[in-house]
Design a protein around this ligand. Structure first.
Ligand code: NAP
Length: 243
C-alpha cells in the first residue's frame, strides 16, 4: 500500500532532509511505500529533490505552490488527490522568518511572516484535515520551533507566528483525537539551514543538522497506528543560540 505524503517547504533545509529520510527508510523496508508530494515556491529545488528521491526508489512529485496563496493551496490539494486519491500525511514544514530588532520590524515583514507561517499553514491544514476526518485516518506534522514557547529578542514576529502555530496544534489535536488523526508538534532549536543566511557558517558548530530533525519525524510517522507521538523537542547539545 502507498502512503501519500504532502511535504511543504521541501526544497531546502529540514524539508529536503525529511524527503530523503523517507526515501532511505523506504529503501530499507520494502513494505513501506511513501509517495512524496514535494511543495515549495521554487520548482527547480523540488524537481532536483524529486530526482534524488526517485534514485532511491521512491515515487516523488514536485508541485510548485506558495502556501500563502489560497488558490495555490487548492491546486496543490486537487492535483494530489486527483492523481493519488487521498493524503495520508501532511508535513507543515514551510516557514519563513525575518530576524531583526523589534523597532526595525515593518508592516511588510509582519505580513510576510504571518501570511506563510500562520495563514498558509492554517488553511492548508484545514483543507487537508477535512479529507483525513472523513477517512478517520491521517497524520499531520507541524515543524514549529522552540520559538513556539520561548522568545528571542531578534525574533518577535517569528515567535508570534510560531506561538500561533502551537495554538493551532493544540486546537487541532482536540479534533484529531475524535477521528483518529494524529497531530505531531516538532520543536527544533537551531538547525544549520539556508534560513540562517550568512550567520549559518559561523554558528554551525553550535547547531543541529537537518537530518537530525528528519530522522525523528519519519520515525514518528512509522509508529504503530495505536500510538501518536504528540511532541518532539530537539536542541543542540549546548542549548539555544541566543540571537
Ligand atoms: N533552521 C532552524 O534553525 C529552524 C529551527 C526551528 C524551526 N524551524 C522551522 O523549520 C521549518 C523549515 O525551516 P528551514 O530552516 O529548513 O528553512 P529553509 O532552509 O529556509 O527552507 C524553507 C523551505 O520552505 C519553502 N517555503 C518558504 N515559504 C514558502 C511558501 N510560502 N510556500 C511554499 N514553500 C515555502 C522554501 O522554499 P521557497 O522559498 O523556494 O518557497 C524552502 O524550501 C520552518 O517552518 C522553520 O520555521 C527552523
Amino acid at each position: 500500500m502507498q502512503d501519500i505524503i504532502l511535504l511543504t517547504g521541501a526544497g531546502k533545509g529540514i524539508g529536503e532532509a525529511i524527503a530523503l529520510d523517507f526515501s532511505q527508510k523506504s529503501q530499507k523496508n520494502p513494505s513501506f511505500n511513501p509517495v512524496l508530494i514535494l511543495c515549495s515556491r521554487t520548482y527547480n529545488d523540488i524537481a532536483k529533490l524529486a530526482e534524488k528521491c526517485r534514485a532511491l526508489g521512491t515515487q516523488a512529485v514536485p508541485i510548485e505552490a506558495d502556501i500563502a496563496d489560497l488558490d495555490d493551496i487548492d491546486h496543490l490539494i486537487e492535483q494530489t488527490t486527483e492523481e493519488f486519491g487521498t493524503i495520508d500525511c501532511l508535513i507543515n514544514n514551510a516557514g519563513v522568518g525575518r530576524f531583526k530588532d523589534l523597532k526595525e520590524m515593518t508592516e511588510d515583514d509582519f505580513d510576510y511572516i504571518m501570511s506563510v507561517n500562520m495563514k498558509g499553514t492554517f488553511f492548508l491544514t484545514q483543507k487537508v484535515f477535512s479529507i483525513m476526518e472523513k477517512r478517520r485516518s491521517g497524520h499531520i506534522f507541524f515543524i514549529t520551533s522552540v520559538a513556539a514557547e520561548m522568545a528571542f529578542k531578534s525574533s518577535s514576529v517569528y515567535s508570534m507566528s510560531k506561538f500561533g502555530q502551537k495554538g493551532l496544534v493544540e486546537a487541532l489535536r482536540l479534533y484529531g483525537r475524535e477521528c483518529n488523526v494524529k497531530i505531531t508538534n516538532v520543536m527544533p532549536g537551531a538547525v544549520y539551514t539556508p534560513m540562517w543566511g550568512e550567520a549559518a557558517e559561523e554558528l554551525k558548530p553550535f547547531m543541529m543538522m537537518p537530518e537530525d530533525i528528519a530522522g525523528p519525524v519519519v520515525d514518528a510517522y512509522l509508529q504503530p497506528s495505536r500510538t501518536s507521538v504528540e511532541e518532539i523537542v530537539l536542541r543542540p547539545v549546548g542549548g539555544d543560540i541566543n540571537s
